[in-house]
Write a protein that binds this ligand. Sequence first.
Ligand SMILES: O=P(O)(O)OP(=O)(O)OP(=O)(O)OC[C@H]1O[C@@H](n2cnc3c(O)ncnc32)[C@H](O)[C@@H]1O
Ligand SMILES: [Mg+2]
Length: 210
Amino acid sequence: MAGPLEPTVLVIASGNAGKIREFAHLLVSLPLAVRPQPDGLDVEETGTSFAANARLKAEAVARATGQWALADDSGLAVAALGGAPGVHSARYADSDPARIARLLSELGAADQQRQAQGLPSDRRAAFVAALAVADPSGAIRLEVEGRCEGVILEAPRGSGGFGYDPVFFVPETGLSYAEMDKGLKGRIGHRGRAFALLEPELKNLLLRPT
Ligand SMILES: O=P(O)(O)OP(=O)(O)OP(=O)(O)OC[C@H]1O[C@@H](n2cnc3c(O)ncnc32)[C@H](O)[C@@H]1O
Ligand SMILES: [Mg+2]
C-alpha cells in the first residue's frame, strides 16, 4: 500500500481505448493513480468464459508491471445466435464497423429463418462484462460480473461510445448505448453494473489504511 503522498497505482489491463475511457470515468472519485497498460502487451485470450479471460489479462498485466491491475473481458450474447459472438466478440471481425455489419447480417439471416418457420423475430441480447483485479504478484483478488439486457437494432443509432454501442438498445431507457451519456451508461450498462459490485471491495483492498 502506498503512503499518503503516493496513491496506489491501478493499471487498466486493456488495449481498448473505449473501455479505458469508461474506467477513467468510473474510477474518478477514488484516490488511485489510474494508468493504461504499457504498449506492446497483448495477452492471448484462450479462456472459454469472460471470467477466465479477465483473469488471464489481469494476471499478465500485474506480473508485467508489478502493479495492481484491473481487467475487463466483455462481449455480446445474442439469443437467436445461441449466445454468439460471446467471448469471440472482439475476434468477430477486424474493426468496429465490420463487427457490427457481421452481427446485423447474421442476426438478419437468423430472423429470416425464424420467419420461414412461422416464428416471431428475436433480437434479444445481453452485454456482459467480467472484471478481475490482480495484486502486484499476479494473484487474482477480486472478480465480479455485470450484465445488461437489451435488443440488437436493425441499424446503428447514435454516435457516442465504442464497439457495438450503436446497435445495442436498452428498452427501459429508449436509447442505444451510443445515444447515452457516459453517466447513464455507467449506471445501467454491463461495465457500470459490474463496477458497482467491485467498488466497495476495491476500496477495502486498495485504500484501507494499514
Ligand atoms: O481485451 P481488451 O484489451 O480489454 O480489449 P478488447 O477490445 O479485445 O475487449 P474484449 O476482448 O473484452 O472483447 C470485447 C469486444 O466487445 C466490445 N465491447 C466490450 N464492451 C463494449 C461496450 O461497452 N460497448 C460496445 N462494445 C463493447 C469490444 O469493442 C470488443 O470488440
Ligand atoms: Mg481482447
